[in-house]
Design a protein around this ligand. Structure first.
Ligand code: ADP
Ligand code: MG
Length: 462
């Protein structure tokens, strides 16, 4: 794991032995694992795109250790990347932790010299993207991700806090420039030009990619979405909220702690249930339009949906599963909208109390309570909440489209399609998805509500 890239003094990537020694030398971490360090089980997950991720287990519990490398792991040293991304990940876990407890792994420690985040181990979980491709149904997952998004975005916005507090947070995340640069390039630029980092199922999709390069309305839409991404700092976003950033409880129960102490350790939080779902990997955190995170998640549901025929063993044996995945698009948006609306409404009620009583200095500055007093004021504010959420929905539509395009013809592809070995079958699934993506981006107004997205997907798939 030696690197020719220069790194700050004291930094070195862990290997299994050095990690074991490091953990053994930290009493508070060693105590969480318990027992003799020689008996700990330490593994490297190996499927991280950017970083090293280790899982450590002992008789008392487990830990997950995520460490930055000075380059992009999947690309190698030819693509250097600053180590600071671990700092932003731990900062996001810390800033959102109080409001998303049980919906994300808990931050346990951070080492600023080794750029290592130590977090709660999710011991009996698997990546949701894999679960969807394996044909598993997780009815609570999209609701939990929606809950996570509603709580994290609301709490970090001027709808919940004074502008000074939000401005300070915005200044912190404005420094996450290396990863924002990746998003700007890979999501909003490269798929629309010729670039060495693009790839697609070729030659099957060559015609479609050629059309796209000449598609002026599509490029205008991409540019508008990119501009809003960089200028509309509504709330703290996760920045990469897709099904590969969600872990769900394993259906087969493997990894669950056994009575004899073998197997995985129990969770810290309320997590050892079949319904558990956690959002991981917020290293791309930034302030931006809320619809960006929501659109990314919806896009990944849609890609999982369109990929299902490619996973069939017999014709139609994935039809029910596909329809269930599609239904989660509506489940997700409706839960998000209802919860965001409720959080706002509760916050306004408290703020009215604060304004009437002693000024606490904590009242939010957007939609000030003083402007919406009395029954008429309350009705007007309810209306304003609806208008706001309509705007978030419109953003979701466009960002869902752009996420699909970047994951089918850009740099980072999805297992949903990649697992389809036959290129003809894969291309057929991707082509339908890309058709929907273009419509979502170019004509978002045509998708008046979330069911119209589901309907359009169903029509394209049949
Ligand atoms: P990267 O940002 O480098 O892609 P991720 O944060 O996505 O890394 O993590 C890579 C993999 O490590 C995940 O796909 C998951 O399998 C595993 N993983 C990440 N966090 C945890 C955790 N807290 N508990 C258990 N496994 C985890
Ligand atoms: Mg990552």
């Amino acid at each position: 794991m030696s690197s020719t890239l220069s790194t700050p003094p004291g930094y070195a990537p862990f290997d299994l032995d050095s990690l074991r020694r490091w953990l053994a030398g930290k009493p508070e971490l060693a105590a969480r694992l318990g027992g003799d360090p020689e008996g700990w089980r330490v593994d490297e997950v190996g499927d991280g795109n950017l970083n090293l991720v280790f899982l450590a287990r002992g008789p008392a519990g487990g830990l997950c250790i995520k460490q930055s490398l000075p380059y992009v792991r999947v690309a190698g040293e030819s693509w250097p990347l600053p180590l600071e991304r671990a700092w932003f990940e731990q900062r996001h876990l810390a800033d959102t932790g109080p409001v998303v407890a049980g919906l994300a792994p808990r931050l346990i420690a951070y080492d600023p010299v080794l750029y290592a985040v130590v977090m709660e181990l999710l011991p009996h979980h698997k990546i949701m993207r894999l679960a969807l491709a394996d044909g598993e149904r997780h009815d609570h997952a999209s609701i939990k991700v929606a809950e996570y998004a509603a709580r994290a975005t609301f709490a970090t916005s001027v709808l919940a806090r004074p502008f000074e507090a939000v401005a300070d947070l915005q200044a912190v995340y404005a420094r996450n420039q290396a990863l924002t640069r990746i998003s700007v390039d890979l999501i909003f630029t490269h798929p629309y030009i010729e670039h060495e980092r693009n790839r697609w199922t070729s030659p099957q999709l060559d015609d479609l990619v050629a059309d796209l390069r000449g598609d002026i309305p599509l490029k205008r839409a991409a540019a508008r979405l990119g501009h809003a991404f960089l200028t509309r700092h509504e709330a703290l976003l996760h920045g990469d909220l897709h099904s590969g950033s969600v872990m769900v409880a394993r259906r087969d129960g493997s990894g669950v702690a056994r009575r004899d102490g073998s197997g995985a350790a129990p969770l810290d939080g309320p997590g050892a249930t079949p319904d558990d779902a956690r959002v991981i990997d917020p290293e791309f955190a930034l302030y931006g339009p809320i619809g960006f995170d929501l659109g990314a998640y919806v896009a990944n549901l849609l890609m999982a949906y369109f990929s299902q025929p490619g996973h069939e063993q017999r014709l139609g044996d994935r039809a029910d599963h596909a329809e269930w995945i599609l239904s989660q698009v509506g489940v997700f948006w409706r839960h998000f909208a209802a919860r965001f609306d409720a959080l706002w409404s509760e916050r306004s009620a408290t703020a009215t109390g604060q304004a009437a009583g002693q000024a606490s200095g904590q009242a939010p500055d957007a939609y000030p309570a003083a402007l919406f007093a009395g029954a008429a004021g309350r009705a007007a504010l309810a209306d304003e909440r609806r208008v706001f959420l309509d705007g978030v929905y419109t953003d979701l539509v466009g960002y869902a489209g752009i996420e699909i395009i970047r994951r089918t013809i850009g740099f980072a592809h999805n297992l949903d399609f990649e697992r389809i070995a036959d290129p003809e079958r894969r291309a057929a699934c991707e082509r339908r998805t890309l058709r929907l993506a273009r419509r979502l981006m170019v004509d978002p107004q045509a998708f008046a509500d979330i069911t119209s997205i589901e309907q359009a997907a169903r029509e394209l798939a049949s």
